[in-house]
Design a protein around this ligand. Structure first.
Ligand code: 23J
Ligand code: MN
Length: 262
């Protein structure tokens, strides 16, 4: 290795000066999946399921393996720009052809956990983001912006999807805030703890599903179903989030790691 920054990184990982935080939820049949309003007849994503092929037995005496099945947007997962109609015409907008540079970047963690606890329909505004910037400095171009709602702490409960008669109630974004992040800050994308990058009530926002609409329209990415955002500093962590290389894929379950200095 000739580059000293890589030598330093390996040494810092070995000594514990740099640690790795796993931001991934375990993928299992109980993993929550998005429920879109049924009246529109919109498609349904397969939940995660798993089937044992063999386990050192008559079906395969020396090996253990499983088949699994799920939608691309299941559990902790990546949203590629092609996922949304607004992102369909960008070059290299799928999981297999996106620039791999988009899979590694610095993270800005905006804490809206108190607001989300007080109001499950909390929408992050430009003002809220600017208040964060006053404390921590401007969000740099090429950053992942992570929305800490602490929603992942209730992942096994009905409160995670928080379904009411009028649909899901979980935190999200004001449309202007997404435009600001995409256009004024030129971020890589946003990451959230909820089941999707938009609010539970995003079907009745204008535009509908503003985060998907605007972020993917600007060729940006998304990460949903993250956890452990409370273990990250507001600034300084490096996110590693490469999706599976599915040909023409719109996203995929993804292991998401953060490098953090202690
Ligand atoms: C399809 C339609 C609406 C939404 C989503 C997917 C997601 O959240 C997703 O996983 O990308 S809101
Ligand atoms: Mn998704």
């Amino acid at each position: 290795m000739s580059n000293s920054s890589l030598i330093n990184l390996v040494q810092d990982l070995a000594s514990g000066k740099v640690t790795i935080v796993d931001l991934t939820a375990t993928l299992e049949p109980a993993s929550p999946t998005l429920k879109l309003p049924e009246e529109f007849g919109w498609g349904k994503s397969w939940p995660f399921s798993i089937e044992e092929i063999s386990r050192y037995d008559e079906r395969g005496p020396f090996w253990y393996w499983n088949n699994f099945k799920c939608g691309e947007h299941t559990g902790t997962h990546f949203d590629a720009p092609v996922h949304w109609v607004t992102g369909q015409d960008h070059n290299d907008n799928c999981t297999d052809n996106m620039p791999v540079e988009n899979f590694v970047g610095p993270a800005c963690v905006i804490d809206a956990s108190a607001e989300s606890a007080a109001d499950p329909d909390f929408l992050m505004s430009i003002d809220f983001i600017k208040q964060w910037e006053e404390k921590h400095g401007m969000i740099e171009a090429g950053s992942w912006v992570l929305y800490r709602s602490d929603w992942s702490k209730i992942i096994t409960s009905d409160k995670y999807l928080n379904m009411q008669a009028d649909g899901s109630h979980t935190p999200g974004w004001e449309p202007d805030a997404v435009v600001f992040l995409a256009e004024q800050r030129n971020i890589l994308g946003v990451g959230v703890e909820t089941v999707g990058t938009d609010a539970g009530q995003a079907a009745v926002q204008d535009p509908m599903f503003p985060c998907h609409n605007i972020m993917h329209g600007a060729n940006k990415c998304g990460l949903a179903g993250l956890k452990n955002l409370d273990k990250l500093p507001a600034k300084g962590a490096i996110l590693i989030a490469p999706p599976l290389k599915i040909k023409g894929g719109s996203g995929s379950p993804t292991r998401v790691l953060a490098l953090v200095t202690s």
